[in-house]
Design a protein around this ligand. Structure first.
Ligand code: OOG
Ligand code: MG
Length: 251
């Protein structure tokens, strides 16, 4: 087994067995290209279990989070059918290690992004979304390359009703509630305007050879800090865009 395959296996085992692991950087020197190769091998294991690709997600799209990590490039993760929930679904939280929820905006691609037209003309809809992140690393302690290898902590997501992209999605108030805990923010925390996440996505996807296909959901990145999940209602609303929710349960 190559080192790339070995590290992908380690991350996949952590997710399947719900047992956190140490930072790969403790024992390996990995560059950004290798980190994306580990991610591809990791997601390949999900596809081998008959999941399908449903989209991509961006991380570190807020200036604060980028500064915190000391980086200037947003990160991309891959979304699969096994991570998708429907609006109002019950999500079994025992599938995860230490899940957190993030309020997000989702875009829908209606044609492949191949550089022949601006990415914005490949988007036909926008919606409120919640992302469930669940780092496979102990205490969410990871380096930049660690988190890329770990598919950017992607674990679950739910998208509200799609709306036509005929509106400005900047400067909209955002609210995420997990039970009685609540965070509020604004969509302009996402690179100053969520639409900029699409341009950032296109650049990084091209550099890292990540396909952007018609039908994909694109999560543009969190608009506030994440909230740890606990059983009960998780509800996200963005003024002018709508609301989406799910119920966390433990079996
Ligand atoms: C990495 C994932 C970040 C976002 O929206 O910025 C992310 C993490 O914080 O575990 O999904
Ligand atoms: Mg996110």
């Amino acid at each position: 087994m190559t080192v790339i395959e070995d590290l992908a296996q380690r991350l996949d085992d952590a997710q399947v067995d719900r047992e956190d692991i140490n930072s790969l950087a403790d024992t390996h020197r990995i560059d950004v290209d290798e980190a994306y190769r580990i991610q591809l091998a990791l997601v390949g294991r999900r596809l081998a279990r008959r999941e399908s690709m449903t989209g991509v997600k961006l991380g570190f799209t807020s200036e604060a989070k980028m500064a915190q990590m000391g980086v200037s490039e947003v990160i991309i993760g891959r979304l699969t059918s096994g991570m998708r929930y429907r609006d109002g679904d019950v999500a079994d939280l025992s599938r995860f290690i230490h899940p957190k929820a993030e309020p997000e905006i989702a875009f829908r691609l209606n044609r492949d992004v191949d550089g022949s037209v601006p990415i914005l003309s490949c988007v036909d809809a926008v919606a409120v979304a919640i992302e469930i992140i669940d780092s496979r690393y102990r205490d969410f302690r990871f380096t930049y390359t660690d988190v890329i290898a770990d598919n950017t902590s992607a674990a679950g997501y739910v998208v509200g009703e799609w709306q036509p992209l005929d509106r400005d999605v900047n400067n909209l108030p955002v609210r995420l509630a997990v039970g009685s805990e609540e965070v509020t923010g604004s969509t302009d925390a996402i690179l100053g305007d969520p639409v900029r996440a699409l341009t950032a996505l296109e650049g990084v996807a091209r550099r890292r050879a990540i396909p952007l296909k018609a039908g994909y959901t694109v999560l543009a990145g969190a608009a506030t800090a994440a909230i740890p999940l606990k059983p009960g209602l998780v509800d996200c609303r963005i003024d002018g865009l709508g609301a989406v929710s799910f119920v966390g349960s433990v079996r």
